[in-house]
Design a binder for this molecule. Sequence first.
Ligand code: SF4
Length: 257
Amino acid sequence: MVYSLQTSCVYGPVNSRRLGSSLGINLLPSDVKLCSFDCVYCHYGVTEVKTVDQADSVVHFPSLTDVTDELRQALKSFSDRHERPEYITFSGNGEPTLHPQFSGIVDEVKALRDQYVPDVPVAVLSNSTTVHLPSVREALMKLDRRIMKLDAGDAETFQAVNRPAPSLDLEEIIEGLCHLKDLSIQSAFMRGGVENIGRRERESWIQALERIKPNDVQMYTIDRPSADGRIERVERSILEEIAQEVADRTGVKVRVY
Ligand code: SF4
């Protein structure tokens, strides 16, 4: 089963396993799925426009005004009810940093947050495919939390799990993550037709974490129906065994969701 794309720039709040009540911001088109990955487990289905080109002219990104108008309305409504989400999160229909005005939108979102819900942190869920760009790292550093995807530590598993746009190189992504400060790593695990829990896959992923030195690692397995029926959930006991190995070898805090 495949979920429909978000049709607006602001959605939710959704009840997120990792962030609690999270007001989502979608910077991607709603009429076509655009992402730099085509993850085998993506609940939005197959990526129709697979690109890392931040100024891809064939699609229509929401404008800065579209985003700020919708967010102002949503936050004003929270404020009027004396309620607040636990997070405001850039996520949505694909990779948020692909929006050509990502940095400027971050500034505006933070200004609206300060005006209406000053204590609420602003986070991003990113697939890390633009983190090699200094300008993107600069924009990411303006946020309160950076939760960056890394599902594989070797090129073969990366290709099988994330099915990246052709120009993407895992080593460049890992190097970019090494240059980003104060980040969380999020990693999805699966088995079946595609898997990343074998000894070889685990080893390369843990070695990448040793280089990146994140603040923490969030591990989970697929929880929603995916477009690719070949993949299956991983038992919690296996995730916990991997988490223990990461904690022992890196000293990094690891949480299984
Ligand atoms: S990065 Fe996210 S939106 Fe893009 S294909 Fe993967 S799961 Fe889907």
